[in-house]
Design a protein around this ligand. Structure first.
Ligand code: GLA
Length: 403
């Protein structure tokens, strides 16, 4: 999405945010509010499109929308962040044919995908405000916009499909309409998040279980201030390399349709038949899937040293085998690793810039913030941002926010 100044979420009360949405909407009748969170992935990177496992949490950097029903078959939506109003009609929505992507395409694409899925649409006028850093920070502002749109567009009288099903519809909007070849993780996390917890998502079955984040830990997100350059072309290359690995392994092994089906022994048996780069990509995915299961087990037993080791191994693998890290991400992880109370630190999301995710003992958050704000600019020349976030529930309607 387009770069814009992102307001500090702590700088305004809920009531003030809601009031500014209503002041801009000037509804002629009753207005409702919907919210949709961004996400941070704890571990399980580049595994979703390999039908594997991921462990994200929905976070309290969110999109809020004030909405009123419209008698026209279409949408008129204002972004307070961009100070821009865009509209579209439901008739004639179709993928392709656009020269560039605008934020409203994520909403139009969601309308298109919902209609394709046979869901009735209602027209609406709305105003949105986002505290999710945009412009390539990797906290899924696009998925949050899609999930907010599913709630604003849905006919309130019609039955609503499950959160995983709605996530799949929003993913289709992004893949087929917007043209971004993402996996299911971001939409799923924004749709189905559980307050205080992470979600263990099985990206083949499109199902999840709640995975409790150990008591006494905060999630701290550090934005490198370097947007994800090259991310979509490199992302698509990684996907093709994984598919190439699957095709070669499936020639010799029964029942392999995705890297999800490949274990260590199978990869070792077939490694010599794979081009070296493809073998490294496959090794990352196979080991990363195993690290997700190991992290869930370590979190459940409170083995924080093991969680830290798994985060470090994930980051090293993304840097060395999958090659999606960046000097800025590596510097951010190295700085965090030297701060007492930081349990684990790794890049999160697609990579090539964006954010790191850190699990930090209560009380150590400010030490991490101070160290990042002093050491990171000196080392990289870039301006970081540090967010102490909470895991929150997934997207949905909300009562009129109060202070
Ligand atoms: C992006 C995509 C996700 C996932 C991650 C990498 O965030 O949108 O589907 O593939 O990259 O784990």
């Amino acid at each position: 999405m387009t770069q814009s100044p992102t307001p500090d979420p702590a700088s305004r009360s809920s009531a003030a945010r809601a009031a500014s949405l209503l002041a801009r909407l000037k509804p002629s009748g009753p207005a409702t509010f919907v919210r949709a969170p961004g996400r941070v992935n704890l571990i399980g990177e580049h595994t979703d499109y390999n039908q594997g496992f991921v462990l994200p949490a929905a976070i309290d950097l969110e999109i809020w929308m004030a909405v009123e029903a419209w008698d026209k078959p279409g949408v008129e939506l204002t972004s307070l962040n961009l100070d821009e109003t865009r509209s579209f009609e439901f008739d004639g929505l179709a993928p392709g044919g656009r020269e560039s992507t605008s934020w409203i395409d994520y909403v139009a694409g969601t309308a298109w995908a919902m209609r394709e899925a046979g869901l009735p649409l209602r027209g609406f006028r709305g105003v949105l405000d986002s505290t999710i850093p945009m412009g390539g920070s990797g906290l899924s502002s696009s998925a949050a916009l899609e999930m907010a749109a599913t709630w604003a567009l849905a006919d309130p009288a019609a039955p609503r499909p499950s959160a995983p099903r709605m996530a799949a519809i929003a993913q289709r909007a992004e893949n087929a309409y917007v043209g971004v070849n993402c996996g299911i993780m971001d939409q799923f996390a924004s749709a189905a998040g559980k307050a205080g917890n992470s979600l263990l998502i099985d990206c083949r079955a499109n199902e999840f279980q709640v995975a409790v984040i150990p008591a006494g830990l905060s999630i701290v997100v550090c934005d490198t201030g370097s947007p994800r350059r090259l991310s979509s072309s490199e992302y698509n290359t990684r996907r093709s390399e994984c598919e190439a690995g699957v095709a070669l392994i499936a020639e010799r092994e029964k029942g392999v349709t995705a890297l999800r089906d490949v274990d260590r022994a199978m990869l070792a048996r077939n490694r010599a038949r794979l081009p070296e780069v493809v073998a490294r990509r496959c090794e990352h995915v196979v080991e990363e899937d195993a690290r997700v299961a190991a992290t869930v087990a370590a979190m459940a037993s409170g083995d924080l040293a093991e969680v830290g080791r798994l985060f470090a191994a994930s980051h090293a693998s993304l840097r060395d085998l999958y090659e999606v890290s960046s000097p800025a991400l590596d510097a951010m992880v190295e700085i965090a690793a030297g701060v007492p109370g930081v349990v684990g630190s790794r890049m999160t999301g697609a990579g090539f810039g964006g954010c790191t995710v850190n699990l930090v003992r209560f009380g150590a958050e400010e030490a991490l913030r101070e160290r990042v704000l002093s050491d990171y600019p000196a080392r990289t020349g870039l301006k970081p941002r540090v967010f102490v976030v909470a895991a929150v529930d997934g997207a949905g309607p909300m009562a009129t926010p109060t202070a």
